[in-house]
Design a protein around this ligand. Structure first.
Ligand SMILES: Cc1ncc(COP(=O)(O)O)c(C=O)c1O
Length: 354
């Protein structure tokens, strides 16, 4: 297949059926591998749609500088888009950002602005956003896409990712999705619930995240979770919530790599863990988990025993065998529950700039 530029290779990501790591051999659990997108994650979809929509609205044009807070993947996407379209890109990152992500973005010409001071609750997310505001004031032509509040973030998934799932599945009982900005769960759920009216949408959050209104506490997983409730998260489109702990996600990542040859990022591991919990309680259902990125982003972090020890996690404390992981999915640390409803609060930007 020949493309005019690398951005055209976006989408049509593969879906792979689990074969071994299953509650029952007949279970139909599928994983959509968003790591196959050009910069390696699901965020390519939101980033490209937000950029092109901002271009159409005249907010973004020649000479603009994209300034964005990112935990990693959005930054990779913007670095790639900036390289292809000719935008200067400044990424505000923090010490949790994986080294491979920083090296990727820098290789494509993005500038990295590292914050070092955690905010009041031990996360870096609000500090990053304060820094973005400061840079927007300082840099002429500075533009921010505000993925937390920008409606083009969820729209990217409604328009471009949901049709791929409709094309691949005649029938789908459950969709299991990790949440941070809420972009992909909101966009996919709104489109797929129309197509599959009985679809159960299960959100997956990190234990410690405040995205669904729980008190924030620092956690190890990257990409998943947030320290406030994002405006792009529509909890009325979510049927249940599974809060997954670091050790549960890290354990299943190792088991998926060893048993299924699937090297997933931590949030993808969390989504598959939650999908297995769902499937164990709902025999015979067709379940799709979204894996937002690949484990290649984390080879020198969560896939590295020495790094784990440095984080205070003893590798042996992870559930060593796939049988142990499977047993654990039946009785997870935090059983799934209905999501809390309510309006987004405490929005760091509070307005859509694009
Ligand atoms: C690895 C990873 N997982 C999950 C998510 C959450 O996706 P969303 O922001 O669409 O909720 C992200 C978003 O950046 C991510 O990078």
């Amino acid at each position: 297949m020949i493309y005019e530029n690398v951005l055209e290779t976006l989408g049509d990501t593969p879906v792979v059926r689990l074969r071994k790591l299953l509650p029952r051999p007949t279970d139909r659990i599928y994983v959509k591998l968003e790591g196959a997108n050009p910069s390696g994650s699901i965020k390519d979809r939101a980033a490209l749609h937000m950029v092109e929509s901002a271009e159409r609205k005249g907010y973004l044009g020649p000479g603009a500088t994209l300034i964005e807070s990112t935990s990693g993947n959005l930054g990779k996407s913007l670095a790639l888009i900036g390289a292809v379209k000719g935008y200067r890109v400044i990424l505000v990152v923090d010490p949790k950002t994986p080294q491979s992500v920083l090296s990727y973005a820098a290789s494509l010409g993005a500038e990295l602005d590292m914050v070092s001071r955690p905010d009041g609750n031990g996360s870096y997310q609000k500090t990053r956003i304060e820094r973005v505001r400061q840079l927007l004031d300082e840099i002429p032509g500075g533009r921010n896409l505000d993925q937390y509040n920008n409606p083009d973030n969820p729209k990217a998934y409604t328009r471009f990712a949901a049709p791929e799932i409709v094309k691949d599945f005649d029938h789908l009982d459950a969709l299991v999705v990790a949440v941070s900005t809420g972009g992909h769960i909101t966009g996919l759920s709104s489109a797929l619930k129309e197509h599959f009216p009985a679809l159960h949408v299960r959100a997956v959050d990190a234990v410690g995240s405040a995205a669904f209104g729980h008190p924030f506490a620092p956690y190890k997983m990257r990409g998943i979770g947030l320290s406030w409730i994002p405006a792009n998260l529509r909890s009325d489109l979510v049927d249940s919530l599974h809060r997954v702990a670091d050790t549960e996600a890290l354990s299943i990542c190792r088991a998926l790599a060893a048993e299924e040859g699937l090297l997933l990022g931590e949030s993808g591991g969390a989504a598959v863990f939650a999908a297995l919990t769902y499937a164990a309680a709902n025999p015979g259902q067709v379940v799709l988990a979204i894996a937002p990125d690949s484990g290649v982003n984390y080879l020198y972090e969560s896939y590295d025993d020495q790094w784990l020890r440095g984080q205070g996690i003893v590798p042996g404390s992870l559930f060593g065998t796939s049988a142990a992981v499977l047993r654990h999915t039946v009785t997870p640390m935090y059983p799934p529950s209905p999501p809390a409803t309510g309006n987004p609060v405490d929005r760091p930007f509070g307005e859509v700039r694009a």
